[in-house]
Design a protein around this ligand. Sequence first.
Ligand code: ADP
Ligand code: SF4
Length: 706
Amino acid sequence: MPAATVGMHDRPVREARYDILFEPVQIGPVTARNRFYQVPHCNGMGYRDPTALAVMRGVKAEGGWAVVCTEQVELHYSSEITPFIELRLWDDNDIPALARMAEQIHRHGSLAGIELAYNGMNGPNLYSREVPMGPAHLPIATFTHEPVQARRMDRADIRNLRRWHLEAVRRAKRAGFDLIYVYAAHGLGFLHHFLSRRFNDRTDEYGGSVENRIRLFCEITEDAKNAVGDTCAVPIRISVDELRGTAGLHRAEVEEMIGLMTELPDLWDVTLAGWENDSRTSRFADEGHEEEFIRGIKRLTTRPVVGVGRYTSVDRMVSLVRGGVLDLIGAARPSIADPFLPKKIEEGRIDDIRECIGCNICVSGDFTSSPIRCTQNPTMAEEWRKGWHPERVRPRGSDRPVLVIGGGPAGLEAAQVLGKRGYEVTLAEAQKEFGGRILGESRLPGLAAWIRVRDYRIGQIRKLSNVQTYLDNRLSATDVLALGAPRIVIATGSKWRADGVGRFHAAPIAIDAGAEVLSPSDILADRLPRGRRVVVWDDDHYYMAGVIAELLAVRGYEASYVTPAAEASTWTRATLEQHFIQERLLRAGVRIRAHLALTSVTPDGAETACVFTDVREVLAADAVVLVTARLPDEELVLELQSRSAEWADAGIETVSVIGDALAPATIAHAVYAGRRYAEDLDSAPRPDDALPFRREITELVPNSDV
Ligand code: ADP
Ligand code: SF4
């Protein structure tokens, strides 16, 4: 049968070479309708926001992912990972929340997968206060260094844990799941800990040889298969390498393990450990960076294999299947950035795909226990809370045109969504190119993929005949009044400060007249220091100071990095990057000086103070780059406000400020701000002070139980 069929609008539905991606795949007793597989991923909603989470997963199913999985689901109260918010299946009371998710996924014809997890040594049990258990007496190995240890499990514990796992498997089936995982990956659960000699020093039949270390894994998998294997698939998730050489789990050992259990599971889901290696940002790994680790796994088993690699290139996906690397294209982040990625491929709309930029802002939701947010997809986690949809918008609520000023992330998102709603939109940008801050930042080392934030939006705007764009047009208040659009959106962005004001200093620091002081705005405009010895002062704590220090080191500068924090770019712990950033800076020869505050700058150097003792030290330097804070570019809004008496005559009804022009924050915040303006325009007024989102509240017990 010819693959390229003709759709309702007489255009090819998809290119024939992509057909292979839409073949069904048998996974044990169930069938995935295509090869697109949303692997388990955390989202910061979990048990606190079950309906918001269920609807978010349902949208992925609607977008064409044949398998849609939960995040890790705590299977027993004796292992939980507070303060992280995941799903729970501690007892029957948790079934309805999970059943709601399975229903949402089934509604769109997809299979629902659940990743049962017993964190063991990873769960400090701050909520349940149970004593954590693992293969050995070892400190809790979580991200937060809790002063808690796990105790070594004895035979009775192992019997109990097998029973708890089995009960959770049965509950998962009752909740409606089609794939019920046995999770042994990322170093995040007891099974991984039993597999890895790093954690397993046992001398009984569950420790020592590979056969012994996988014994519990096999038993748990067999239990699950025997209980539900007739109707549910039982996938295994395993890490093929911990990247610690033979001191940890490594490929040769894992191959041996797979060889011993080759046909036991219904599917092999293969990853790297730990999570930071599996979910590397684009700054530290290209698309498909895991391919070298997962290639060859397929020849060890007849079961289907799924793996990830931040894949957004469709040809690459095809070559993975054709080349026998994977049967199913796994995705967490690409499915977050674009829940409709499979549908768009299926419908031949490749250029509508919103490609993940690999920034890991999504991961920060988990680390901050807040609902997942995404730089590219501002509707993520807002599907139920706000009724937003990644592909559908309400038709316009009036025929009043909108003037958007500033073509950075906020202005571009506002313009493309307003355009899709059907408004007449004018988008004016001062520069010769759209993109705002993305333009400069995507030229910094490792951040090239960030340009996708601009490219996707420009691509969408170009398809909208009702959005007029003007480059090289810096609008003044007089211009805006002359244009006379009823709705004005100001998205003019921000500029980095060069006076030292930031978190540490609320007032400007002393800077000698002859000192060379730069801000990131200078670096982004290719104005580099004249002298060779440069101090970079990081009072921002996200990526900017680290990237600038890296750039300077690469260009041959002698760079010192000064921070009042304990480490470089400390907030990037939330994006799983801190370790990689510090390693890269140190390897590039950047001197990192922690716990120091910059106090003043002279032509010869920078004076610092120890943040604990105030002991002063002068660092010899020819120039200082201050990475502290930004100021909104609000000249236009202030001038317009001062001329508000002229608005009515000019036909102006509202002037709104969004994104960095209101309050500088991340690119994700700016995109969200643009979306919010465009979604909210002409919506029914909310009763005074009503919440702008929906939420669920814990059900109270009756008074008689208090
Ligand atoms: P955000 O992250 O909020 O979108 P950016 O700084 O990335 O902010 O983008 C702001 C954009 O607004 C920049 O591209 C800038 O050139 C543009 N801009 C600033 N002032 C004006 C103006 N008066 N007229 C048109 N464009 C402007
Ligand atoms: Fe990709 Fe960044 Fe979105 Fe995560 S937040 S899915 S890394 S674009």
